[in-house]
Design a protein around this ligand. Structure first.
Ligand code: FDA
Length: 389
């Protein structure tokens, strides 16, 4: 039976970073993954360019049962630390909108960098190696397809349930539950929303239309792009709000700020213009047509009373609509909820009840906004666990 100091299950963003930090401390580290190669989600992230972090990362950019939990790890491994690592490996990057940082080249460079760092730190990596059982006496005993290993520290880094066809599993949650760690309810997050009935039919007809909006749920508001889809709504504004949304509740969309004022101003300035032409100057053409057909008579705007224009203005300023659901884990970028942070140390990610057991990355009840925040959480939680494991 082989003996290691640290066994990490999951060779994704968090697991590889944890392996690097533990390996650098001279710990004997083994990383196990059931997939045939490591870092698969990194490879598909950010459209193949990996939005690896964000310039501004604060605990407020994360959803969690304990909104302060992420603070400690995020302060100890910061975006600048990851940028410095990329720079040491000569990987060029650029900033897109909203502080989002992407590789100039390919996400493959990030995986290659993490693997080179693992090698330099003496980490052993075994892919195609499912874990069949885990036991614990004075040490953890991990049964794998290729034999048993023991370790004084065991790190759960198998991520969440999103994209099951890539091999995502609830393994970390199951193992945590077996060791009596609490779990918070899980749900698809950063996910397109679906709509039924008349709203759904309108969205289906508008599929492909995109525009900047403000999406609101309760007191949470995101100003980003919206995309109509065959099944409802997507785009960054919707993905962001989806992480907060709860079944049966409405969301509100501001499609055009100050819409009533704009419509009435144009009515006074150009009364002979067709109402739908005026709307088409303010919104994408297909959306303007659909709205004009439903809400305005087909005539010159000067002949339309102010009331229907104000009603349309109200709709454009705050379209309230209730999603029928989400597109589920198949389309979700991440899993919301997970291993309850109340049972973990925020400094080390170690269980407060099972010494030597750690949980990191997406498996934990810390879910980032869209924009590089989830990778920063994976790097930071992985790093601090590796410092302690
Ligand atoms: P991750 O999922 O990366 O790794 C888990 C590892 O565990 C995998 O290698 C898996 O094979 C392995 N595993 C699972 N079950 C196992 C089992 N039973 N036994 C053994 N091994 C097992 N975030 C961001 O910040 N910027 C971005 O650009 C994107 N883009 C993006 C695009 C798409 C399409 C998706 C689906 C997700 C993103 N994300 C993202 C989110 C980001 O990918 C995610 O938050 C991190 O990969 C989470 O890192 P983890 O290491 O926790 O899990």
């Amino acid at each position: 039976m082989e003996a290691f100091d640290v066994v990490i299950i999951g060779a994704g963003a968090a697991g590889l970073m944890c392996a690097i930090s533990a390996g650098r401390r001279g710990r004997r580290v083994l990383v196990l993954d059931h997939a045939d190669s490591p870092g698969k989600k990194i490879l598909i992230s950010g459209g193949g360019r990996c939005n690896f972090t964000n310039r501004e990362v604060r605990a407020e950019n994360f959803l969690s049962g304990n909104r302060h939990f992420a603070r400690s790890a995020l302060a100890r491994y910061r975006p600048e630390d990851f940028i410095a690592l990329l720079q040491r490996h000569g990987i060029a990057w650029h900033e897109k909108t909203l502080g989002q940082l992407f590789c100039d080249g390919s996400a493959r460079q990030v995986v290659a960098m993490l693997l080179a760092e693992c090698e330099a730190a003496g980490v052993t990596l075994r892919c195609n190696c499912p874990v069949t059982d885990i036991g614990r006496s004075d040490r953890f005993r991990i049964e794998t397809a290729t034999g048993s290993v023991t370790a004084s520290s065991l790190v759960l880094a198998t991520g969440g349930l999103s994209i099951p066809k890539m091999g995502a599993t609830g393994f970390a949650h199951e193992v945590a539950a077996r060791f009596d760690l609490a779990l918070t309810p899980i749900r698809p997050a950063l996910v397109p929303l679906t709509f039924g009935g008349e709203d759904g039919a309108v969205m289906h007809a508008l599929s492909g239309v995109a525009l900047p909006v403000a999406a609101t749920y309760g007191r949470t508001r995101f100003k980003e792009a919206l995309l109509f889809t065959h099944r409802g709504l997507s785009g960054p504004a919707i993905l962001q709000i989806s992480s907060y949304w709860r079944e049966g509740e409405p969301i509100a969309l501001e499609l055009l700020p100050d819409a009533t004022r704009l419509l009435l101003e144009r009515k006074r300035a150009r009364p002979r213009a067709e109402a739908r032409t005026v709307l088409g100057e303010l919104l994408p053409t297909r959306l303007a047509q659909a709205l004009a057909e439903r809400h305005l008579p087909s005539q010159e705007i000067g002949n339309i009373p102010d009331r229907p224009l104000r009603q349309l203005g109200d709709l454009l300023g705050g379209w309230r609509l209730t999603p029928s659901g989400t597109e589920g884990y198949a389309k979700a970028e991440v899993t919301g909820g997970g291993i309850d942070t109340t049972g973990l140390s925020s400094r080390t990610m170690e269980s407060t009840t099972v010494p030597g057991l750690f949980a990191i990355g997406e498996a934990v009840d810390v879910t980032g906004w869209l924009g590089g925040y989830n990778f920063q959480w994976a790097w930071a939680s992985g790093w601090v666990a590796g410092e302690a494991a």
